[in-house]
Design a binder for this molecule. Structure first.
Ligand SMILES: NC(=O)c1ccc[n+]([C@@H]2O[C@H](COP(=O)([O-])OP(=O)(O)OC[C@H]3O[C@@H](n4cnc5c(N)ncnc54)[C@H](OP(=O)(O)O)[C@@H]3O)[C@@H](O)[C@H]2O)c1
Length: 303
């Protein structure tokens, strides 16, 4: 039974909606809202309490792009959680390409490095008991509909993955959507490697699918924001993307559907919405234990 859940990036978009949906399950006793900004976190907590009529939400301040903040958050967590939803992320803000003090790009830190540290620290402290969900994305296989190519990694070596971490693989691109797909791909490989190391915990990479009504594009440059948001709106009319309620339901499937296997990456079978499938049926390289280990080892270099 899942009773306590920690969600990162819980003050907005998919994270907040997931907290709301989970609260409708009476088995859930506590939801930790992992947020980096206290003011936004308290506003989300109040809104969730009003929407759900439950007082089960507790703020846990955590900036997943900052390793000290991650370690302190794990220390502050006053008990174990059954489930961790590694949802914080996106296109990394205006300075997505900037290298931080750990030697990785901001976009890598927020989407993957911080969550790797968070999962590891929770496990080390005996504070993560049953399930870990990582927010994957169809961008990991490229999104033709949005002009995003499938990330081509010619060797998938540890060295190559390290160059994804520090951004050198992408040269000086000014387009965050270029590195985003490769980082989410690497995240899925890392989760598979974690599933082998910690067989008592279920590790599921779950794409929420192309989801409207979140703040996901708000940090892109204004013109790109306009293009992406308009495209999403048109695609919603044609049922090519879905609402935040449906996106969050996918995380809940990751938590509760026992047919989903640990170590696998689930996302839309076709396009960006609709039924899920194990993505290794479409891209067998996700099954390569060598690639999974290379991704895992590259991440360890920066922790
Ligand atoms: N929306 C989609 O179509 C889609 C599709 C596939 C995958 N995803 C993935 O789903 C996840 C959620 O996306 P979303 O669309 O719901 O985005 P969103 O509305 O922008 O929400 C992102 C959340 O992450 C938080 N966050 C960002 N950086 C953080 C940091 N350094 N430390 C802690 N929290 C941080 C944000 O907090 P602040 O308010 O403080 O910025 C916000 O609460 C992301 O990982 C995204 O890559 C989204």
């Amino acid at each position: 039974m899942i009773t306590r859940v920690l969600i990162t990036g819980a003050n907005a978009g998919l994270g907040k909606e997931t907290a709301k949906q989970l609260a409708s399950n009476s088995e859930i006793e506590k939801i930790y809202l992992g947020c980096r900004n206290m003011e936004k976190a308290l506003a989300a907590k109040l809104e969730l309490e009003q929407l759900t009529g439950r007082s089960i939400f507790e703020v846990l301040i955590i900036d997943v792009s900052n390793q000290v903040s991650v370690i302190e958050a794990v220390q502050r967590l006053d008990c174990s959680v059954d489930a961790l939803i590694m949802n914080a992320g996106g296109t990394g803000g205006k300075n997505f390409n900037k290298i931080n003090s750990n030697g990785v790009t901001e976009i890598f830190a927020v989407n993957l490095l911080g969550h790797s540290l968070l999962a590891q620290e929770l496990l080390k402290a005996g504070k993560l008991l049953k399930v870990a969900i990582y927010a994957g994305s169809e961008a990991a296989r490229g999104v033709k509909e949005m002009g995003m190519k499938r990330p081509e990694l010619p060797t998938s070596s540890e060295e190559e993955f390290a160059s994804v971490c520090n951004g050198s693989f992408f040269k000086k691109t000014q387009d965050a959507t270029v590195s985003y797909g490769s980082i989410k791909y690497m995240g899925a490989l890392w989760m598979s490697a974690m599933a082998r190391r910690y067989p008592h915990v279920k590790f599921i990479t779950m794409s929420p699918g192309a989801t409207t009504g979140t703040e996901g594009f708000n940090t892109l440059p204004l013109f790109k924001q306009y293009i992406m948001k308009s495209m999403m709106q048109v695609m919603l009319w044609f049922n090519k993307v879905h609402t935040v309620e449906i996106g969050a339901k996918r995380y809940l499937q990751g938590l509760y559907n026992n047919d989903l296997e640990s170590g696998l990456f689930y996302a839309s079978q076709k396009g960006l919405t609709g039924p899920l499938c194990d993505q290794s049926l479409l891209f067998p390289d996700l099954n390569s234990e060598q690639y999974q280990e290379n991704a895992y080892n590259a991440i360890q270099r920066f922790l």
